[in-house]
Ligand binder design. Structure first.
Ligand SMILES: [Zn+2]
Length: 168
């Protein structure tokens, strides 16, 4: 294991539950995206310190084929090791993750100038609802990318991954 901050390792930030892609994903990220992963770990650490509970990465870096397999957006920041999806362990219902989201949104708690997007994502299934937070950071690549016209961090929510609403 390669520890990047007190609570986050390189391996966690390259995690995927798609077994077929795990090894390749880790190889590529280690070679190409070490700096970004370290930055992501430093974004997550203050959140971990704040909630005082395990922050579990459900999806971090995704190389091309993994991103395809999970039907990620074509230019998803996950592909560049600029985004991470996480949940907070210790199930206190949806309010818990919402509270974390609001903390990230709060300039007094979190340096929002580091992030491009923070999205609270909810999906519904037979076993009920599940939620996670997508947190993406600003990098030079992101700034230069023509795809984005960046006007400050966006705080959004979605219940289907297609329609995104601005969190008021
Ligand atoms: Zn995501």
């Amino acid at each position: 294991m390669t520890q990047l901050t007190k609570n986050f390792s390189l391996e966690e930030l390259a995690f995927t539950d798609k077994k077929k892609y795990q090894q390749k994903n880790l190889e590529i990220v280690t070679r190409k995206h070490r700096v970004n992963l370290t930055l992501l770990a430093h974004l997550l650490q203050p959140i971990r310190d704040l909630v005082k509970r395990p922050v579990v990465v459900t999806s971090g870096y995704r190389y091309y084929w993994l991103n395809r397999a999970v039907r990620g957006a074509k230019h998803s920041q996950h592909r560049y090791a600029e985004a991470v999806d996480f949940v907070v362990r210790g199930d206190h219902g949806p309010e818990q993750l919402e509270r974390v989201f609001l903390n990230i949104k709060d300039e007094r708690v979190f340096d929002i100038n580091l992030i491009s997007q923070c999205i609270i994502e909810t999906r519904s299934g037979k076993k009920g609802d599940w939620q996670w937070i997508h947190l993406a950071m600003i990098t030079d690549r992101f700034r230069k990318s023509k795809k984005y016209r960046f006007e400050g961090p966006q705080f959004l929510w979605t219940i289907n991954g297609r329609d995104y609403q601005i969190w008021e």
